[in-house]
Ligand binder design. Structure first.
Ligand code: GTP
Ligand code: MG
Length: 221
């Protein structure tokens, strides 16, 4: 397992770097999906399931960003996906320059779908465009349905909200309707997929969305 240490990019404009990376990925035909959530909401578990379900048809790679450790990248390689672990020098997010370096070190040639598993944090990652084609955030049922009120920016920046761990609903007072209303007030266009990576409930709808997004990306849509 390769681990690379990265420092925050010192460039004039993160937004410009992000646009340039998006363009590179567009030419390559690789859709980069930025996965964001608080620690432990189920990013790596969701990715394992997606690799199992879609890995036969699509070439998938995962750039794992953490402050320390390499367990997540190891889990991805065990599932058969190309992966690299990036350490962020204590930073709570990835910027576009760091993402580009990580992707180039990992190699994305022939890859249809590359995920960036961003650092677990509901605040900082929302402030930095990574150059991804799609931004996807996770909110797990145990975290509560009030999170859109407390961390609005990430809900505003995301194309998709995956509500994870729906199998734990009976143990929590998470109100899906109330959560959806709060999210839509911030972002009327966001797609919402309630899923359980444990039981597989809801995974087909999310995976259909992903497959369409990959096809559209390759077609330049
Ligand atoms: N019941 C249940 N547990 C889940 C589900 N998905 C993940 N978990 C559990 O939640 C815990 C955290 O899952 P991870 O996938 O490691 O979460 P993560 O977001 O990748 O965590 P970080 O990378 O540390 O931010 C693990 O104990 C998982 O087994 C689910 O759908 N249902
Ligand atoms: Mg993880």
């Amino acid at each position: 397992m390769r681990v690379i240490e990265l420092k925050e990019s010192i460039t004039a404009s993160n937004d410009r770097d992000a646009d340039a990376l998006r363009e590179e990925m567009r030419i390559e035909g690789t859709l980069l999906v930025n996965l964001m959530s608080s620690p432990g909401s189920g990013k790596t578990t969701l990715l394992s399931r997606i690799i199992e379900d879609l890995g036969g048809e699509w070439k998938i790679a995962v750039l794992e960003a953490d402050i320390d450790a390499q367990v997540d990248a190891e889990r991805m390689e065990e599932k058969g996906a190309r992966s690299i672990q990036v350490h962020t020098d204590g930073m709570c997010h990835m910027d576009a320059g760091m993402t580009r370096t990580g992707l180039r070190e990992m190699g994305t040639e022939g890859i249809d779908l590359a995920f960036l598993e961003n650092v677990g944090n509901l605040i900082c990652p929302a402030e930095f465009d990574t150059g991804a084609g799609k931004n996807v955030m996770l909110l797990s049922v145990p975290e509560g349905d009030d999170k859109p009120l407390k961390y609005p920016l990430m809900f505003m920046k995301s194309d998709v909200l995956v509500i994870t761990k729906t199998d734990t609903m009976p143990a929590f007072d998470f109100d899906l309707v109330r959560c959806t209303e709060r999210v839509r007030r911030l972002n009327p266009d966001i797609r919402i997929f309630p899923v359980s990576a444990k039981t597989g409930e809801g995974m087909a709808d999310l995976e259909n969305w992903l497959v369409t997004a990959v096809r559209d990306w390759k077609a330049g849509l």
